[in-house]
Design a protein around this ligand. Structure first.
Ligand code: GLN
Length: 241
């Protein structure tokens, strides 16, 4: 399934995690180390959003063949979120189906799937109005989850609480779903583990959360399954969902 990562802290080039790290996101796109539930590679699209901004760029296709992004990624950033996609069977492959999804200052990514899509998501969809549904980025589980979440964040809900609530709702309706989320507004990172792995590294003035460790730094800590994490460069808080 997809691989994703987010960074927050002192400004670093986006390329440092996208391309330069030994097990960069680019490397994870064709040689992921911990794919679960069927996928083998992440070649259906990719995207990155970074602050100041957020500026968001996403494309269908393979990360390694995009010379334009390689050049853009020399930009220095204090917070960014990036993902490579292995489309769930039956879901469209298009630029707009790729994470990160964005609204205002938020960037969001989903690694996993809603089991029994679309029928099991009907309850969630009913919480939205028709305009939300008609302006969804793509007819995918991830885009629907984002459309629901963005409305809740608008009401000032705390990001980790909103993520955990969404996981519980989806898992109640579709228990075999896989729901690893990443979310940032450039000031805090939040994420969930629900079946897929997620790791966190606090180092110097920055914190990184990623599906797979980007290098062999002994500081990487695995976030246990079924937890929600909130992180900034000085504090990492992990709670059960
Ligand atoms: N279900 C999502 C999609 O198809 C995410 C896929 C994944 O995590 N591999 O876009």
């Amino acid at each position: 399934m997809c691989r994703h990562l987010a960074y927050l802290g002192a400004a670093v080039p986006v390329a440092s995690l996208l391309y330069d790290a030994p097990h960069s996101l680019e490397h994870q796109s064709y040689a992921p180390a911990d794919m679960r539930a069927g996928g083998t590679v992440n070649v259906d699209g990719y995207g990155v959003g970074w602050f100041p901004g957020p500026v968001r760029y996403r494309r269908a296709g393979t990360l390694w063949s995009d010379a334009n992004l390689r050049q853009l990624a020399s930009a220095e950033s204090t917070a960014f979120l990036a993902a490579v996609r292995s489309a769930t069977t039956g879901m469209p492959v298009s630029d707009a189906a790729c994470a990160p999804f964005t609204d205002g200052t938020w960037l969001f990514s989903h690694n996993g799937r809603v089991d029994g899509w679309p029928h099991t998501a009907a309850g969630l969809a009913k919480t939205l109005d028709m305009t939300d549904l008609l302006t969804m980025d793509a007819p995918t589980d991830s885009a629907l989850l984002w459309t629901v979440l963005r409305r809740r964040l608008e009401t000032g809900k705390d990001p980790a609480g909103a993520l955990a609530e969404l996981v519980r709702e989806v898992a109640d309706a579709a228990p075999r779903s896989r729901l690893n989320f990443l979310l940032t507004n450039g000031k805090v990172l939040a994420g969930t583990t629900w079946t897929h792995a997620l790791w966190v590294l606090q180092k110097g003035q920055g914190v990184t959360i990623a599906s797979e460790r980007l290098d062999d730094d002994p500081g990487w800590r695995e976030i246990p399954d079924r937890h929600v994490v909130t992180a900034d460069p000085s504090t990492v808080e992990v709670r059960p969902i």
